[in-house]
Design a protein. Sequence first.
Length: 309
Amino acid sequence: MADLQAIVDEIHEKLTPRLGEGKVADYIPQLARIDPKKFGLAVIGVDGEVYKTGDCDEPFSIQSISKVFTLTLALGKHGETTWNRVGREPSGSAFNSIVQLEHEGGKPRNPFINAGAIAISDLVLAGHTPREAIGEIVRFVQYLADDEAIAIDPAVAKSEQATGYRNFALANFMRSFGKLDHPVEHVLGVYFHHCALAMTCTQLARSGLFLAAAGSNPLTGHTVVSKQRARRINALMLTCGHYDGSGDFAYRVGLPGKSGVGGGILAVAPGKASVAVWSPGLNHNGNSLIGSLALEMLAAKTGWSVFGH
């Protein structure tokens, strides 16, 4: 791990000429304002060592990366019955597709596409008001990162609520199949707010450490989930974490990961490190273009791919 800082610096240097490539997520007005040339990378080893570069301490909208944390919460509350509501298969369709949902009776393919994450929000909402559920999610992420400064960006949440017509359609569709227990407005209130969490690469990498360290946070000593559950969440991140670009990401990078349209990616090298990268320009699948390249370079230089060196 000694030369990791040199690797991180080299990745930043090599990618600097390409910063600004890709397309920012302009369908969420607040995200359209972000400077596309931003780039941050943070690697935190299971030994607690931190290696970082670029804009790694500037908060950004983590968007769908938050779905990893809400899934973890839902599994904590509902255990294996969670899978009665959402599947574990890659979707092969766009992250906001409605076609598959109709074909499969309102049960989303996996917890990381929008429909699946809306179903998970419904499970997290059980026994709570929307405000309580949102508070629980924020506190959980603060606990994972051991950082009480993490908060929701209200402007992004408002921006999503005002323009999230497709998500309203997905939620109403699932409700029509009897797949949501709570009013659509309540479920989407929770969903839009957790997607509007703002975090830095350093905070995000810290939040994912429990997945790199067999379910426990090595910095605090807290057990978050069992080893088996950490392994299973990693499996879902590998197969479903990048929408219909998940296979390509597994092929090129070989690490469990979860992307967000804010340009962030959380990646996990089991037993080694948690990695967060941020570059706002997206590829055609809605994943960070430069962020994916950075992780491909990191995996190549460290030999961390889960498929072997």
